[in-house]
Write a protein that binds this ligand. Structure first.
Ligand SMILES: [Zn+2]
Length: 418
């Protein structure tokens, strides 16, 4: 019998059908029928529906739900208390996001509770399923806002004042949803009560697609910088201005995109321009300014710094040739996160019996587990994503792999909660 069949059988039919039913009830919330993607943004109608879904799944299992000072949800199996083992993820999405990023972790957490109960196991330690608020930052621009507020990495006043595209401040959005924005801020009491946080997440690349393993343990989250590049030139007529008379910032920008690709490839990093504001943005006008945002991620801080420097240098040189001016500003930097080595090894050890030696993988994607790592021991499990597509409707994980993920999470939690 193959390893896959053993894993599949480890979750019995009743638990598997309960798992399927959870997905069936969650999937409609925030689904855009035109794009096939999800639009679950912090405190919007779809997000609130997902929060209600979380409460009802918890209630169906007799778990007591509380909302913390920063809007994160906690479903406790048994009494709260110090030394808690916590698992979970998030339910919000990027614009037109996929179904699995976040929800797979929350659904699998509830399913793991079902599996543990079917095994006759009850935790000897306080245990909670958590759902972190506003992980994607799609509405107010700061990712992992719920966990950043909780650890103090995001200032409460700053958070309250963040505005969405309609000008609605986060404080007002929370208030309207019944969440008191005055209580935001670092939550020492809660952090001190957590012994470990384990987050299961769909893989956001395709490293596992080339292996026999449906699951992996995370090693680290790559460091990550976001820069704003302003290319300033001279607006002029698209029909009458000779090519040699132009100071076209779009040309400088376009060459910078190509340079970023080349420098990232040579340096073993990834670099992306995904956002652009063009002025005056007319079809028949040479732009006066192109404002672009560069996202760079790399396996280490030194590579990240070196690749970024080379991209900016290439942009600057090109600006000199085009008669345009470049100015740059680093808008954010997230340092490398090494997940707790003891916890990571414990996870790998508890998976060995069912899965053999599982891959240990780094990722370029940020997570609440990465933010919480500054305050509590954290670890992550990844479930294979056959196409590697994420943050898009094509994001996918096979049922069989998802159930293997549930088994893996249950095994890990059983080990940690003994
Ligand atoms: Zn996620």
């Amino acid at each position: 019998m193959s390893v896959q069949n053993v894993i599949h059988r480890a979750v019995d039919e009743a638990e598997a059908s309960r798992y399927t039913e959870m997905w069936r009830s969650l999937l409609p919330y925030g689904l855009d029928s035109d794009t096939g993607g999800y639009r679950r943004f912090a405190w919007n109608t779809a997000d609130l529906a997902c929060r209600d879904w979380f409460r009802s799944e918890a209630a169906a299992r007799g778990l007591e739900v509380e909302t913390d000072r920063n809007g994160n949800l906690w479903a406790w199996w048994g009494p709260k208390g110090p030394g808690a083992i916590v698992t979970g993820s998030h339910l919000d999405s990027v614009p037109d996001g996929g179904a699995f990023d976040g929800p797979l972790g929350v659904v699998s957490s509830f399913a793991a509770v079902d599996v543990l109960r079917a095994r006759g196991f009850s935790p000897a330690k306080p245990f909670a399923v958590a759902c972190f608020s506003d992980e994607e930052g799609a509405r107010f621009g700061i990712a992992c806002a719920g966990s950043r507020l909780m650890t103090g990495a995001l200032d409460a006043d700053k958070a309250r004042g963040l505005r969405d595209l309609d000008g609605v401040p986060m404080a007002a959005a929370m208030e309207q949803a019944g969440q008191d924005p005055e209580t935001l801020g670092r939550d020492d009491e809660r952090l001190e009560g957590i012994a470990a946080y384990v987050e299961l997440h769909v893989e956001q690349g395709k490293a596992l697609a080339f292996t026999e393993s449906p699951v992996a343990v995370a090693s680290a989250i790559w460091p990550h910088s976001r820069w704003r590049l302003d290319f300033t030139g001279e607006a002029n007529h698209a029909g009458t201005t000779r090519l040699e008379d132009r100071h076209d910032p779009m040309l400088t920008y376009a060459n910078t995109v190509l340079a970023a690709r080349k420098k990232a490839k040579l340096g073993g990093a990834v670099a992306t321009f995904g956002r652009l504001v063009v002025e005056p943005n007319g079809t028949n006008a040479i732009p006066s300014r192109v404002r672009a945002w560069l996202d760079v991620r790399a396996p280490g801080e030194e590579i990240l710094a070196a690749v970024t420097e080379e991209i900016i240098k290439a942009a600057d040189e090109r600006a000199g040739r085009d008669g345009t001016v470049l100015s740059t500003e680093r808008e954010s930097h997230t340092t490398i996160v090494e997940f707790d080595h003891v916890l990571r090894n414990r996870l790998a050890g508890s998976l060995r019996q069912t899965f053999g030696a599982v891959p240990v993988l780094p990722t370029g994607a940020g997570h609440d587990a990465g933010i919480l790592a500054a305050a509590v021991p954290t670890a992550m499990l990844y479930v294979r994503n056959p196409t590697g597509v994420s943050h898009a409707p094509g994001e996918h994980a096979d049922d069989r792999d998802c159930l293997a993920g549930v088994t893996a999470l249950a095994d890990v939690l059983q080990e940690l909660c003994q």
